[in-house]
Structure formats: structure tokens, C-alpha cells
Design a protein around this ligand. Sequence first.
Ligand code: FMN
Length: 127
Amino acid sequence: MSKILIAYFSQTGNTKKVAEAIAAKTGGELADIAGPATPPASDLSAYDVVFVGTPNWAATFPPQVKDFLLSLNLAGKKLAVFVTHGRGGLGNIPDDLAKLLPDADKTEVYDGNLPDGLDAWLAAAGF
Ligand SMILES: Cc1cc2nc3c(=O)[nH]c(=O)nc-3n(C[C@H](O)[C@H](O)[C@H](O)COP(=O)(O)O)c2cc1C
């Protein structure tokens, strides 16, 4: 069975809620990017799949999420990014992610404001 990390950045709880829903459906381990329990990037070797949850800030990632993504050694792993937002949708996040990590094995970016799509996205990602 895949070992799954669900790392999220959430100041007002929206992204955390989606992370928790993904954890409930996949059995993955939750980690707050801004909290002390985040496994260091060097410690990701145990995981096959890394979900990263982020709010849309000014149409892109918060700097904390960008730094976290850049710190990951994703060789041999799948990256699955999900986003929550106000009214701006995914903004530039899919494009910015493609530029930031062009070689990563990535799923489509998921719009966490559309909870009805979660099961289909997880199925497309192989869960
Ligand atoms: C600094 C800042 C910038 C934001 N910029 C956008 C934006 O450009 N587009 C958008 O749709 N929502 C924007 N939002 C709203 C957040 O993306 C939205 O409330 C998100 O769900 C917050 O996630 P959280 O509760 O996990 O922190 C912004 C919020 C903050 C705090």
C-alpha cells in the first residue's frame, strides 16, 4: 500500500478541512507546513505520494508553500496539489507549479472549493 503524506498550509482552516477529508479517504498522514510536526524534506523517503494543500494567495502559492515545494525531494514520488480560494479559482497555481517543478510526477491540481469533485480527483490520482 502507498504511504501518503498530506501536507497543508492553512491560516483560516479551509485548506485544512480539505486535507482532513483527503486523509479520511486515503489513510494518509497529515502535516501542517507551518507547524513543528512537519517532517523535514529529507525525511520524505518513506512516502510514495505527497499531497500539498495550499490557499490561493494573490493568484499563486503563499511563499511558505513555494519554499516547502522547493524543499521536497520528489524523485520517485507522486505530487498531488490541492487549492482553496476566495473567488479566484486556481489562479496561476497550475502554471506556477508546472514552472516550479517541471519534472515532478504531478496530478491535475484539485479545486478544493468543489467538494463534489474530490472522489473523482482521488480516483484519477489512483486512489
Ligand atoms: C493574503 C491573502 C491573499 C488572497 N488572495 C486570494 C486570491 O488572489 N484569490 C482568491 O480567490 N482568494 C484569495 N484569498 C483567499 C484565500 O485563498 C481563501 O480564503 C482560502 O480558502 C484560505 O485558506 P485557509 O483557510 O486554509 O487559510 C487570499 C487570502 C489571503 C489571506
